[in-house]
Write a protein that binds this ligand. Structure first.
Ligand SMILES: NC(=O)c1ccc[n+]([C@@H]2O[C@H](COP(=O)([O-])OP(=O)(O)OC[C@H]3O[C@@H](n4cnc5c(N)ncnc54)[C@H](OP(=O)(O)O)[C@@H]3O)[C@@H](O)[C@H]2O)c1
Length: 345
């Protein structure tokens, strides 16, 4: 099956948003030049009628290294977004679709939302001149077997991983005072918001290291290096702001913030940059129950930029990272918070 089928891909998902058994580009990592399709052609989502006129035909007289390089360069980069079905994760998926990434859209339960996001991503990419694949994949990131399945799914379906966005996260089910909150909520919030991203990143990083090696071998010693893989953590202003009625969430986000320097320090030698995005008050399902409270606080000047943030605001920041806007920065924090973090007098 052709590697670049655009919106057709989404029609092959079953009712639960799972992929059908057919692979959609497991051969990518073999750099098969015959399968590569130049950008202009990919943007139409169609194969040229006269294959002999195909610019890729010139490759068959080129060296194996040149063929591999061209094939590698012609491939869409692949992003895995946890919690990509709704809210901020959806905003990130759309922003990455706009710049031509293939997407694995993880979610916990809401298959319908995940499928809609995938379809919207394919459509938006098409309108932006790209042909992408977007694959929903269910899985609770707090669960070890589910994390492994998510990586396996990405490997089988996309053949590579260029960007991991650790976005999935939950608030406590009940906002309980610090003197009353219980261990069950602590375990749930820490499991999803910290343990999940930590061990998913461990799996992804091992694969990215192996992939960077095989990319370099395929390109050959004299070729310019391919764009390196990257990792993003979506933390929160709660990493440093005390909210005494959801302490476990603040503890979790503070811990998540430490994952950025840890992985940045560990992975720099492999050319993998790691970033943290710290959103402020963003309009999503998570904040819907406290909408009125934050409307009033924002109107009162809580944030220098007096508006709610949007998932698109966060998506734009992730897309900048994905596009390689910060090659000499790692372990960096981007505040996407309307200036909430500024100390003011
Ligand atoms: N909204 C804000 O103001 C704000 C501010 C700062 C930071 N953040 C952080 O940004 C991230 C996204 O927040 P949001 O506001 O977009 O939340 P949201 O609207 O509630 O969406 C949460 C997303 O995470 C998924 N998810 C939940 N539990 C999961 C699990 N165990 N495994 C895999 N996926 C799971 C959900 O999947 P389903 O659709 O299947 O449920 C959904 O896609 C979170 O880490 C949050 O802490 C949010």
């Amino acid at each position: 099956m052709d590697a670049f089928m655009g919106s057709v891909e989404i029609q092959r998902l079953n009712a639960h948003g799972d992929q059908e058994p057919e692979t959609f580009n497991a051969q990518r990592s073999t750099f098969n030049a015959q399968r590569s399709t130049p950008n202009a052609q990919r943007s139409t989502g169609r194969l040229m009628e006269d294959e002999s006129a195909h610019p890729v035909a010139a490759l068959f007289s080129a060296s194996p290294g040149a063929r591999a390089r061209t094939s590698l360069d012609a491939m869409n980069r692949v992003a895995l977004i946890t919690g990509g079905s709704r809210g901020i994760g959806r905003g990130i998926a759309l922003a990455l679709a706009r710049v031509g990434h293939d997407l694995v859209i993880n979610y916990a339960r809401n298959a319908e939302a995940a499928q809609k996001t995938a379809a919207d991503c394919v459509a938006l990419a098409g309108a932006s001149g790209h042909s992408i694949r977007a694959r929903p994949c269910p899985g609770d990131i707090a669960d070890s077997a589910a994390r492994q399945s998510l990586i396996d799914f990405t490997r089988t379906q996309c053949g590579r991983l260029d960007l991991l966005v650790n976005n999935a996260g939950v608030a406590p089910e009940v906002r309980a005072d610090l003197l009353e909150s219980g261990e069950a909520s602590f375990d749930r919030v820490l499991g999803i918001n910290v343990k999940g991203p930590l061990f998913l990143t461990q799996l992804a990083a091992r694969w990215m290291i192996e992939q960077a090696r095989s990319d370099a071998e395929a390109r050959g010693p004299d070729a310019p290096a391919s764009a390196p893989p990257r990792i993003v953590f979506i933390s929160s202003i709660s990493a440093y702001t005390a909210s005494v009625n959801r302490g476990e969430y603040c503890v979790a986000k503070a811990a998540l913030s430490m994952l950025t320097p840890l992985f940045a320090a560990r992975l720099a030698e492999h050319g993998i940059n790691v970033y943290e995005i710290r959103p402020g008050i963003i309009a999503t399902d998570m904040t819907a129950p406290v909408r009125a409270k934050y409307d009033a606080l924002i109107a009162d000047g809580l944030t220098p930029i007096r508006r709610w943030g949007s998932p698109e605001d966060v998506g734009r920041a992730v897309a900048a990272i994905a596009e390689g806007a910060f090659p000499f920065s790692t372990g960096e924090v981007l505040n996407v918070d309307g200036g909430f973090h500024l100390r003011r007098l």
